[in-house]
Design a protein around this ligand. Sequence first.
Ligand SMILES: *[C@@H]1O[C@H](CO)[C@@H](O)[C@H](O)[C@H]1NC(C)=O
Ligand SMILES: *[C@@H]1O[C@H](CO)[C@@H](O)[C@H](O)[C@H]1NC(C)=O
Ligand SMILES: *[C@@H]1O[C@H](CO)[C@@H](O)[C@H](O)[C@H]1NC(C)=O
Ligand SMILES: *[C@@H]1O[C@H](CO)[C@@H](O)[C@H](O)[C@H]1NC(C)=O
Ligand SMILES: *[C@@H]1O[C@H](CO)[C@@H](O)[C@H](O)[C@H]1NC(C)=O
Ligand SMILES: *[C@@H]1O[C@H](CO)[C@@H](O)[C@H](O)[C@H]1NC(C)=O
Ligand SMILES: *[C@@H]1O[C@H](CO)[C@@H](O)[C@H](O)[C@H]1NC(C)=O
Ligand SMILES: *[C@@H]1O[C@H](CO)[C@@H](O)[C@H](O)[C@H]1NC(C)=O
Ligand SMILES: *[C@@H]1O[C@H](CO)[C@@H](O)[C@H](O)[C@H]1NC(C)=O
Length: 472
Amino acid sequence: MKLLPFLIFFFLCIASINAEISSRLGVNYGQLGNNLPTPHRSIQLIQSLNASRVKIYDTNPEILRSISHTNLQISIMLPNELISNVSSNQSFSDHWIRLNVLPFADSAGIRYLLVGNEVLSPFSAAAARRTWLDLVPAMRRISKTLKKLKILKIKVSTPLAIDCIQSVSPPSNGTFRPDIAEPIIRPLLQFLNRTRSYFAIDAYPYFVWSANHTNIRLDYALGNRDEKNLTYADPVSGLSYTNLLDEMLDAVVFAMRRLGFRNVRLMVAETGWPTAGDFDQIGANIYNAATYNRNLVKKFTARPAVGTPARPGAVIPVFVFALYNENQKPGPTTERNWGLLYPNGTRVYGVDLSGRNPEWDKEVLPKPGNNEPYKGKVWCVVRSDVAVNETKLGEAIAYACGQGSGTCDAIQPGRECYEPNTLVAHASYAFGSYWVQFRGAGGTCFFDGLAVQTIRDPSNGPCRYPSVTLSG
Ligand SMILES: *[C@@H]1O[C@H](CO)[C@@H](O)[C@H](O)[C@H]1NC(C)=O
Ligand SMILES: *[C@@H]1O[C@H](CO)[C@@H](O)[C@H](O)[C@H]1NC(C)=O
Ligand SMILES: *[C@@H]1O[C@H](CO)[C@@H](O)[C@H](O)[C@H]1NC(C)=O
Ligand SMILES: *[C@@H]1O[C@H](CO)[C@@H](O)[C@H](O)[C@H]1NC(C)=O
Ligand SMILES: *[C@@H]1O[C@H](CO)[C@@H](O)[C@H](O)[C@H]1NC(C)=O
Ligand SMILES: *[C@@H]1O[C@H](CO)[C@@H](O)[C@H](O)[C@H]1NC(C)=O
Ligand SMILES: *[C@@H]1O[C@H](CO)[C@@H](O)[C@H](O)[C@H]1NC(C)=O
Ligand SMILES: *[C@@H]1O[C@H](CO)[C@@H](O)[C@H](O)[C@H]1NC(C)=O
Ligand SMILES: *[C@@H]1O[C@H](CO)[C@@H](O)[C@H](O)[C@H]1NC(C)=O
């Protein structure tokens, strides 16, 4: 073969391999579990899901070593705690990259370096808020270091939660929150535009729908087209929407336009649907999660690329959240049930992130039991399905009773809930009493895995355990 035709053939092959790889979805490999497979095994599992990319929340060298010489691309992260160190000190940035990135720059397919995770949350504590203004300067330093070390294929970005947008509906009204728009988002967009990087957004139709399920159809949130083909027309742009995720992404597109940036590409750093939830949560089940993620795969692996109504044809990298159910995530039960896989590596439901295996559509899934809100009383009690650590239980009682006012009066000696005088009975009372008082302010029935919601009234004798009444 003559050299020139050979080279052309060679480059065509490379191009087609890349197109093929980039038409698959990625997956978020979170590690907040104490029962997860090793990095080596995890990379095999990620490959068996036919993912093209994986995103991690640090620069775990064992994961980077395991991924080396596979064809997976990887997105790594600088932890939030180091943002200010990097922003104030170029040598710190250089040192951090030399230590954590450079050793893997050639062997592992590092494509994205994300600076912090959801840094601009309006719920940030005061200490975290102080890092907000350091975010973009830190990104500039990291970028400068990468350039200096001639690591050219890594894009620098930072994933933001959708709450960086003030209101997502209608999409044409998308506007960045006024507290961050000028001081942070504008310089961020200047950076992303100049470096041709991506605006990384975490976009969960599940949260938008579950907070507003009387107004938003479940099919619309899941990305199903129903038999009537219902669409939503944006009254200002005239664009027609068939699903909630497109609305959320276009709200970001319009918000960027409003600041004068029309060409910054989008990347979905996290999206997904939980497979289990509490009684006071709706629609978290295997059926919906499988439906959402399969629809997601179909949409984002379609060729030519579908894009969104405001960006037809745009190629958007997508990372599904998450690889595993992570048992050490705090918060409501949904938080520990986003996985495509159980911690033992078996799948929660079938999904092929390359979109080439249509067989999964035939998989028989458990019927959804919680697509309607639960109505009735719910109690928060000590879990009975696992052996509890009594020391931890004692600490949890002390914590719960130390919050609010009169939280644990009823379990004092001589009072109606003192008997039975056991740690478990007192903890169940204390957990419920805490939860009832603080639920409105975001308090959850979790207590580091010791507590669970129940609809079975634990009350006995004269003692009435505190409960929450859900009315739908
Ligand atoms: C980062 O900065 C903080 C505050 O200045 C400091 O306490 C911490 O030790 C620094 N971290 C590292 C790894 O140098
Ligand atoms: C900057 O970072 C370098 C490398 O981590 C460190 O040795 C140095 O002390 C830092 N300088 C300041 C002023 O914090
Ligand atoms: C547009 O968004 C703003 C907040 O950014 C909100 O106050 C206003 O009601 C929205 N307009 C419409 C038509 O939804
Ligand atoms: C609920 O959804 C409807 C329909 O999309 C929308 O008009 C309304 O603004 C949403 N309400 C909230 C509080 O998000
Ligand atoms: C629904 O919309 C799709 C795409 O626009 C179209 O191909 C299909 O025929 C429509 N189905 C019905 C029942 O109108
Ligand atoms: C974005 O980058 C392009 C190309 O470098 C440049 O022409 C354009 O002015 C930039 N846009 C903004 C709003 O800065
Ligand atoms: C894996 O874990 C799930 C959930 O706990 C369980 O249902 C399943 O039987 C386990 N599979 C194996 C092979 O252990
Ligand atoms: C991944 O792709 C292979 C080859 O196309 C296929 O046999 C396999 O079933 C796919 N994996 C999943 C989880 O669908
Ligand atoms: C029980 O919890 C305590 C305090 O949280 C801890 O120090 C101890 O190691 C735990 N014991 C077991 C057996 O896990």
